[in-house]
Design a protein around this ligand. Structure first.
Ligand code: DP6
Length: 336
C-alpha cells in the first residue's frame, strides 16, 4: 500500500539552472506516449549559454499551481507543467501546489530547445526543494517524462539518450558520453525568426510516426548513426562527426517532410545557412550544421573557426542574430 502524501507546513523553495542541448543524432518518434519513451536513442551537446533558470516554491497557501515565464503568468503552458509536478509530487510523496518561475535567455519555442532546459531545470529544482534525494539517472528518467530531450540536459558535454527496452521506462535515460574538456566544440546559432513554431516537436513527431511511409526505416537505421557518432566523438574526428550529424538532421527533416501533411520547419534563410556552412567546410573550415523543429540553424565548429562561422552566418540575408555558446555543464542547483 502506498503511503499517504506528506502535507507541507511551510513553503519549500529551490532554484536550478540547465543548459539547452542540441542533438547531433536526432530524437524523433516515441514508442510510448504516456511515459514519453523514445523510439530511437539520440546523442547531444549540452550548451553553456542557452540556459533556463527556474525557481520552484511549494507553498501550502497556494490552491493551484502557478507558472510565470519570463515574469509573466503563462496559462497556456501551466497544464503541462502542473501534470509534470503531479508526477514529481507523487514520486516524492509530498502534497502542496507550487509556483514555478522560469526564465530563458533565448526565444521560447522557436526551435532552441526550451522544453529540454526547462524540464531539466524544473526537475533538479523540485529535487532540491523537496529534498527528494533522486540521483542523476532518476533525474534523467523523470525529466524525460516532461520532455524527451530534457533527459539529456541533466548531463553536461556530450550526452547519449538510450531508447531503452523496458515498458516502465527505467532504462530510457541519458548518460554522459564525454565531458566538456574532452572536445570543447563551439556552437553558433543563426536566428532567423523570433516567432513560435507552428507545429511543436511533440505533435510533429507523432504525426510523422503515424503517417510517414518511411518511419520504420528511420527507426531501424538509428543504431548505425549512434555508433558512428559515438566513435567520432571518442576519436575527436571532426569530419566523421560532421557527416553523420548532418545526415541525421537531414534525415529527420526529410522524414518530417514525408508526414501527411508534411512538416516544413525550414524557412528560406535556413536553406541559405545550410549552403553557407557546406561551402565553408568545402573550403576547409571545420563546421557542420544541425536543425531542430524550427528554422534556426545551429553551426557546430572547432573553436578556431568560430569567428569565421559567426561572420559568415551574420552575413546571410534574413539572419537576425547569431548566438554563440560553448559546451556547458549538466543541470545544477543555484542560489535562489
Ligand atoms: C527535433 O524533446 O521537444 O529537438 O519529448 O515530445 O517533449 P517531447 O519532444 P522534444 O523533441 C525534440 C526533438 C528535436 C530533436 C532532438 O532534440 O533530439
Amino acid at each position: 500500500m502506498s503511503k499517504a502524501p506528506i502535507e507541507l507546513d511551510a513553503p519549500r523553495c529551490a532554484s536550478a539552472r540547465a543548459g539547452a542541448n542540441f542533438a547531433l543524432i536526432k530524437y524523433w518518434g516515441k514508442r510510448d506516449l504516456a511515459l514519453n519513451l523514445p523510439d530511437v536513442g539520440s546523442i547531444s551537446l549540452t550548451l553553456e549559454r542557452l540556459c533556463t533558470e527556474t525557481t520552484v516554491s511549494f507553498d501550502p497557501a497556494l490552491d493551484a499551481d502557478e507558472l510565470l515565464l519570463d515574469g509573466r503568468p503563462d496559462p497556456a503552458r501551466t497544464p503541462r507543467i502542473s501534470a509534470f509536478l503531479d508526477l514529481l509530487r507523487a514520486r516524492a510523496g509530498m502534497r502542496a501546489f507550487a509556483r514555478v518561475e522560469t526564465a530563458n535567455d533565448f526565444p521560447t519555442a522557436a526551435g532552441l530547445a526550451s522544453s529540454a532546459s526547462g524540464f531539466a531545470a524544473l526537475t533538479v529544482a523540485v529535487n532540491a526543494a523537496l529534498a527528494a534525494g533522486w540521483d542523476a539517472r532518476t533525474l534523467s528518467e523523470l525529466a524525460r517524462i516532461g520532455s524527451g530531450s530534457a533527459a539529456r540536459s541533466i548531463f553536461g558535454g556530450f550526452v547519449e539518450m538510450h531508447r531503452g527496452e523496458r515498458d516502465d521506462g527505467r532504462d530510457s535515460v541519458a548518460e554522459p558520453l564525454a565531458g566538456v574538456g574532452h572536445w570543447p566544440l563551439q556552437v553558433a546559432v543563426a536566428i532567423s525568426t523570433r516567432a513560435e513554431k507552428a507545429v511543436g516537436s511533440t505533435e510533429g513527431m507523432q504525426r510523422t510516426a503515424d503517417t510517414s511511409p518511411f518511419y520504420r526505416a528511420w527507426v531501424e537505421h538509428q543504431p548505425a548513426d549512434l555508433a558512428e557518432a559515438r566513435a567520432a566523438i571518442a576519436d575527436k574526428d571532426f569530419e566523421r562527426l560532421a557527416e553523420v550529424a548532418e545526415g541525421s538532421a537531414l534525415a529527420m527533416h526529410g522524414l518530417a517532410m514525408s508526414a501527411r501533411p508534411g512538416l516544413l520547419y525550414f524557412n528560406a534563410t535556413t536553406m541559405e545557412c545550410l549552403h553557407r556552412i557546406r561551402a565553408l567546410r568545402a573550403d576547409g573550415v571545420p563546421v557542420f550544421f544541425t536543425v531542430d523543429a524550427g528554422p534556426q540553424v545551429k553551426a557546430i565548429c572547432e573553436p578556431v573557426a568560430l569567428p569565421t562561422v559567426r561572420d559568415a552566418l551574420a552575413d546571410v540575408p534574413g539572419v537576425l542574430d547569431v548566438v554563440e555558446s560553448g559546451l556547458g555543464p549538466g543541470a545544477e542547483v543555484i542560489d535562489s
